[in-house]
Design a protein around this ligand. Structure first.
Ligand SMILES: [Zn+2]
Length: 262
C-alpha cells in the first residue's frame, strides 16, 4: 500500500490484487508439492504461508531420493505451468499494443490494465520458478541437489553438503541483490534477510537429520545389547523386539540390523 500510494487508489488496488494473485500461485506451488507427495503415499500436515512464501509440511517418512526429487520439482513446475498459461494472453496483449504504456489508469479502459496484470503475474511466476530452483537448501533447488547427492551417499552427508552449499549460495545471492543493481545503488536489506532466513531454516533441518541419524544408531546399539531379544544360538532371520519396538535382523545368533517403524 505504501509503495503504491503515490499512484493513487487504483494503483493500490492493482498492487493488492497482484499480491493476492501471487499468494494464490504460492498456494498452488505448495499444492504441487503436497499432491505429488500424496501420489507416493506421503501425507502433508499443513501448508503455511509466510510473508516471503509458503512451506508445505510433509510427513517425515522415509522418502526415497527419487521421490524427494520429483516432489521438489513439482512446485516450480506449477509456476512454469501458470506462466505458460498466461503467455498467450501476454503475447496477444503485446501484439495488440496493449502493453505500450505500463501505467496504471483506466484512461484506455479495463483491457490494458488486465494485460498489465497478466504480464506482471507471468513475470512473478517466472521469478518464483527461478528463485526456488536456486541450489539453496532447504529451497526446492537445494532439495533437488540433496536428492542428487543421495544417489551417491547417505542422507546425512548429503544434507550436510546441501546445507553448506545452500548457505553459501543464499549468502552470495542475498549480498548481490542487497547491494547490486536491484538495490539501485543503495542498500536493500530484504534479500539479505531472506538469505539469513533460508540459512537458519537449512541449519534447523540439518540438525533434524543429524538427530534422526543419531537415534537410528542408538536404537541399533540398544537392540544389540538387549539380552531378552536374543532368539537363540545360530538364529538367522527377523525378530520383532517388543521392548524397543523394532524389527531386528539376526545372522548366526548376532543382531546385525535394526528396522525402526518411525
Ligand atoms: Zn517449493
Amino acid at each position: 500500500v505504501v509503495a503504491a500510494w503515490g499512484g493513487g487508489v487504483l494503483s493500490v488496488i492493482f498492487s493488492l490484487a497482484l499480491l493476492a494473485a501471487m499468494f494464490v500461485c504460492v498456494v498452488l506451488h505448495e499444492l504441487g508439492h503436497a499432491l505429488t507427495a500424496r501420489t507416493f503415499g506421503i501425507a502433508t500436515r499443513d501448508i503455511t504461508l509466510y510473508p516471503i512464501g509458503g512451506v508445505a509440511g510433509l510427513e517425515n517418512t522415509g522418502r526415497q531420493p527419487f521421490e524427494e526429487l520429483v516432489i521438489a520439482l513439482a512446485g516450480p513446475a506449477v509456476n512454469l505451468l501458470i506462466a505458460l498459461l498466461l503467455l498467450p494472453a501476454v503475447v496477444l496483449a503485446v501484439k495488440e499494443g496493449l502493453l505500450r504504456a505500463p501505467d496504471i489508469s483506466l484512461a484506455d479502459g479495463f483491457l490494458p490494465l488486465a494485460a498489465l496484470f497478466a504480464f506482471y503475474l507471468m513475470g512473478l511466476n517466472l521469478f518464483m520458478l527461478l528463485f526456488n530452483l536456486l541450489p539453496a537448501f532447504p529451497m526446492d533447488g537445494g532439495r533437488v541437489f540433496r536428492a542428487g547427492l543421495e544417489f551417491f551417499m547417505g542422507r546425512l552427508p548429503a544434507t550436510e553438503i546441501a546445507a553448506n552449499v545452500g548457505a553459501v549460495v543464499a549468502l552470495l545471492v542475498g549480498l548481490a541483490l542487497s547491494f547490486g543493481p536491484l538495490a539501485a545503488g543503495g542498500f536493500n536489506p530484504i534479500p539479505l534477510l531472506i538469505a539469513l532466513f533460508v540459512i537458519v531454516v537449512g541449519r534447523l533441518e540439518l540438525f533434524m537429520v543429524r538427530r534422526e541419524a543419531r537415534q537410528a544408531t542408538a536404537g541399533a546399539g540398544r537392540a544389540a545389547e538387549a539380552p531378552a531379544a536374543a532368539p537363540g544360538v545360530g538364529f538367522t532371520g527377523f525378530r520383532w523386539d517388543y521392548h524397543y519396538r523394532v524389527w531386528v535382523r539376526w545372522q548366526n545368533g548376532q543382531p546385525v540390523e535394526v528396522y525402526s517403524a518411525e
